[in-house]
Design a binder for this molecule. Structure first.
Ligand code: FES
Ligand code: FES
Length: 157
């Protein structure tokens, strides 16, 4: 067991837990934060995406010992953050969700990209979303949401 102090959704937290426990399990089992989803659990699908020190990170790959002194923000806090409003609206209005399992992870990554300065263009945003897979595989709506949110680079630039 080890003692970990970290910030979770803006609140200081202290945890006594085995060092090798995964952040995804800690969020879901210890804090009831079930927005981050278990998918592949090996860092390939993005269903468990959170911000770790404000950067999109797969929670299934972060061990408890790596959390000490860090800041974790989950989709529960991001969805309540006005910065995610345009992302959530674009996904909903462009048909970017089917079963919805991948949607929290997409919101986490896309809100980060939408908040970057400067914002990536659509091609760059698509590339950076490569770590967020949709098992329903209908990427058309997600693609339309990306096109709405991110500027398309002018041809010839
Ligand atoms: S469950 Fe973490 S990347 Fe798939
Ligand atoms: S909408 Fe079902 S996994 Fe993406």
């Amino acid at each position: 067991m080890m003692r970990i102090e970290f910030e979770l959704n803006g609140e200081p937290r202290v945890l006594e837990t085995p060092a090798e426990r995964r952040l995804l399990a800690i969020l879901r089992e210890d804090f009831g934060l079930t927005g981050a989803k278990p998918g592949c659990e090996v860092g390939r699908c993005g269903a468990c995406m959170v911000w770790l020190d404000d950067l999109p990170t797969n929670a299934c790959l972060v061990m408890a010992w790596q959390l000490d002194g860090r800041s974790v923000t989950t989709v529960e806090a991001i969805a309540a953050d006005p910065r995610s409003e345009s992302v959530r609206a674009a996904l909903a209005e462009c048909g970017g969700l089917q079963c919805g399992y991948c949607t929290p992870g997409l919101v986490v990554t896309m809100t980060h990209l939408a908040d970057c300065s400067p914002r990536p263009d659509a091609a760059c945003a698509r590339a950076q979303l490569a770590g967020n897979l949709c098992r329903c595989t209908g990427y058309g709506g997600i693609q339309r949401a990306v096109e709405r949110l991110f500027p398309t680079a002018d041809a010839g630039d």
